[in-house]
Design a protein around this ligand. Structure first.
Ligand code: HPA
Length: 265
């Protein structure tokens, strides 16, 4: 699998990979620029049909760090299985990436979180009912029972906070979707300790940890979760709010990637 991205990009090795979630695809271009490779030209790469998910891989140097920027991701709720939605993580790690940055749009379960701001993921609740490690295990790739005590790397979170000292942190609840949650489900998630809710990220984080990569998770808080505001939730509103938050996220991602290049932990 090592050569899939080399064939697609013409470059043999990368240091870090970023996936840009709902409404954030434009950031991939802003971050690394250049001509992207459409996902359909990358072997086995699923393409999201969700508006706001471009489906193209940008690549280049950011602050001296060879970076893959995946604009758009596929989701379980589109009918893809857990191994397919996490395939890009395997490709990135096989291309040399030791750091994987997962971004997403998320609802705020914790009403103290600022709408329109990025928020670090401190930990997650995988409530999707799926896991990308199900099936026979290849011990050469990772352990059968990988530890998940520190999925979201503490030193990467510290680096992110040095770049943006106002960043908050919260536990991300990952659900299958595609329906948004009911107010009762949001009350349940609050009781469980979640501050953020979304429909991605957790499977990719599990896969990346399994493969030995360090993970940073950043949510863009696009809305108050169901029942916490009188407004109904729409994907259009989520995508618009996400795009509005893009500038601050770009500064954060650029700072984190440059920090990796400076040899920060
Ligand atoms: N719920 C689930 N996923 C989301 C939300 C939400 O409120 N906002 C953005 N993605």
């Amino acid at each position: 699998m090592r050569r899939v991205l080399e064939r697609a990009t013409g470059r043999a090795r990368f240091d870090a990979a970023v996936v840009l979630g709902s409404g954030l695809s434009d950031l991939a271009r802003a971050l690394v620029g250049g001509a992207p490779v459409p996902y359909h030209r990358i072997e086995g790469m699923p393409r999201s049909a969700v508006p706001g998910h471009e489906g193209a891989l940008y690549y280049g140097d950011v602050g001296g760090v060879a970076t893959l920027a995946f604009a758009g991701r596929a989701h379980l709720y589109e009918g893809y299985d857990a191994r397919v939605v996490t395939r890009w993580v395997d490709l990135a790690v096989d291309a040399g990436c030791r750091v994987v940055v997962l971004t997403n749009a998320a609802g705020a379960v914790d009403t103290a979180l600022e709408i329109g701001a990025p928020c670090l993921v401190s930990d997650h609740l995988n409530l999707t009912g799926h896991n990308p490690l199900v099936g026979p295990n290849d011990d050469a790739r990772g352990p059968r029972f990988p530890d998940m005590s520190n999925v979201y790397d503490p030193s990467l979170r510290a680096l992110a906070r040095r770049v943006d000292p106002d960043l908050r942190e919260a536990v991300y609840a990952g659900l299958l979707g595609p329906s948004y949650e009911t107010p009762a489900e949001i009350r349940m998630l609050a009781t469980l300790g979640a501050g953020l809710v979304g429909m991605s990220t957790v499977l990719e984080a599990i896969r990346a940890r399994y493969l030995g990569a360090r993970v940073l998770g950043v949510s863009v808080v696009t809305n108050l979760a169901a029942g916490l505001s009188p407004e109904p939730l729409t994907h259009d509103d989520v995508a618009v709010a996400s795009r509005r938050a893009a500038a601050r996220l770009e500064t954060l991602l650029r700072g984190v990637l440059s920090g990796l290049g400076d040899g920060a932990p």
